[in-house]
Design a protein around this ligand. Structure first.
Ligand code: SF4
Length: 268
């Protein structure tokens, strides 16, 4: 029996999902996790940076960046198609260079890497789970940081910022609730770039962003409660390149014209 109540947590990434059926495949059917070139490259650079920040937090021994990167690749290898793995490996040295550039810009004290959080809203049956890439402190002020890896420098953040804002808004809510403060924390996106210096993008989360984010979670909660997972075949990300479920979805959710004509019970 499908389980859609109580056993599935809410998350920002799901609330922001463009296709209901992808939520169904990932969270209800629990399809195994997979990586592609983009997600693997992001994980790789984040792990390299984390390997250098960790000793600053807990005094653990420093692991060379490339070694940390290779370990991350090793953990993803069985979930990564061969062509994507080759692209990631071809870029390995550029990723190391980009992570080294990033470390030169660190002007904060890292506090926690991969901070896990759990929020329970009175209006939702499920908990909301989150993982903040980094909590840090710069000159006495706490900052909430999310890492993004981009292939090249972004000149226009307008579209990405909207998405980033809502992700950070959720982290901000968790921070405010755990720290018992009404002040929205400083939030930043640190864009890691293979082969070059990073971009540090401050994101001004406001009350509207927080409202919108929680509203999206409420919407996701409703969809899960009512097993409502509509297809979104017209979305630009509905393609074999971007959707891991493309073949399966098109096999399981397709009716030819004959079946559709057979469904018509009245015609005038
Ligand atoms: S193939 Fe398209 S409709 Fe199906 S799950 Fe993927 S994005 Fe959604």
């Amino acid at each position: 029996m499908e389980k859609t109540r109580g056993d599935i947590g809410l998350s920002y990434s799901r609330a922001n999902e463009h296709c209901g059926k992808r939520i169904y495949y990932s969270d209800v059917m629990k399809s195994p996790r997979t990586y592609n070139y983009y997600s693997a490259s992001g994980t790789l650079m984040e792990e390299m940076v984390a390997s250098q920040l960790r000793p600053l937090i807990d005094g653990s021994p420093l692991v060379p960046m490339k070694q940390a990167g290779l370990k991350a690749i090793d953990e993803m290898i069985s979930m990564l198609p061969e062509d994507d793995l080759k692209k990631v490996m071809d870029e390995l040295d550029a990723s190391v260079t980009g992570a080294e550039y990033y470390m030169k810009t660190v002007d904060y004290q890292p506090l926690v890497l991969q901070q896990k959080g759990n929020l329970r809203f009175a209006s939702m049956a499920r908990p909301t789970r989150l993982v903040i890439d980094l909590l840090a402190n710069r000159d006495g002020e706490d900052i909430v940081v999310d890492f993004k890896r981009k292939p090249k420098k972004l000149s226009d953040y307008k579209i990405s910022q909207q998405d980033w804002k809502h992700q950070l808004a959720l982290y901000a809510v968790w921070y405010m609730r755990t720290r018992l403060t009404r002040e929205i924390p400083r939030c930043e996106i640190h864009v890691l770039l293979p082969g070059s210096a990073p971009q540090i993008v401050p994101i001004n989360v406001n009350a509207e962003d927080i409202f919108h984010t929680v509203n999206r979670l409420q919407d996701l909660s409703w969809r899960l409660d009512h097993s409502y997972f509509p297809l979104n075949r017209s979305h630009p990300l509905c393609s074999p390149k971007w959707c891991n479920f493309y073949v399966r979805c098109h096999h399981e959710y397709f009716k030819g014209p004959e079946a559709i004509l057979d469904q018509i019970t009245d015609v005038r």
